[in-house]
Design a protein around this ligand. Sequence first.
Ligand code: 13P
Length: 247
Amino acid sequence: MKKLIFGNFKMNMDLKQTEEYIDLFLPKVASSKNEIAVFPAFTNLMFAKQKFTASKILLGAQNLSAEASGAYTGEVSASMLKSVGVNYVLIGHSERRKLFLEKNDCINKKIKSALSQGLKVVLCVGETKYERQNKKYKMAIEKEVVDGLKGLYENELKNIIIAYEPIWSIGTGVLPNGKQIEEVVQIIREEISKEYSINAGKNIKILYGGSVNSQNARQFAYVDGISGLLVGGASLKADEFAKICNI
Ligand code: 13P
């Protein structure tokens, strides 16, 4: 079954490094049956799009402004991303929540802005180590899902993917087991079923992210209810990410 394999480059790779990466990467994934998207830095988006023209690789941005346009120095809007051919945008990544103090209402506004321009959204949710250890993870995840999607219509959910990224697993090599992921998948589906409909809960696509590499990718991608992977560190090496894309 086709999986979604997304690579979040975070704040890595300049233009030249991006070019070298793409030149290595494209031939290795040419026959992959999966849907692949890469999320480079803003400055590399347009260049990457041009390189991808003859391929099926999709393009994602790591962030966007909640505002449409105007006096917001340093921000990049949904329409700007759309105009350079971006398909997906990551919203609510835990690094943005923690380091840039993004709250659920801002995340919700960003989602609406992205959808208004026809971008697909990858909404990232996940609990801290403290919340996991103190059995508060259910509440934390429910809140991120419900507040993030507040005010959206059910027909807009087809353009939303939820990425479950337990914060304690991001960049640490500490892995959740299949049962833990399945439980969270269930929590997300139940919450969406309550807010919308059983069908909406059943149909929402959910990715797993957190310390995925070519050794463990298969085990995570085939957890029940998981549609694919959001890969950080291991997406930075063309060879390694290509292996994951070819699972
Ligand atoms: P790592 O794969 O480096 O743990 O990062 C995951 C992530 O944050 C992807 O968005």
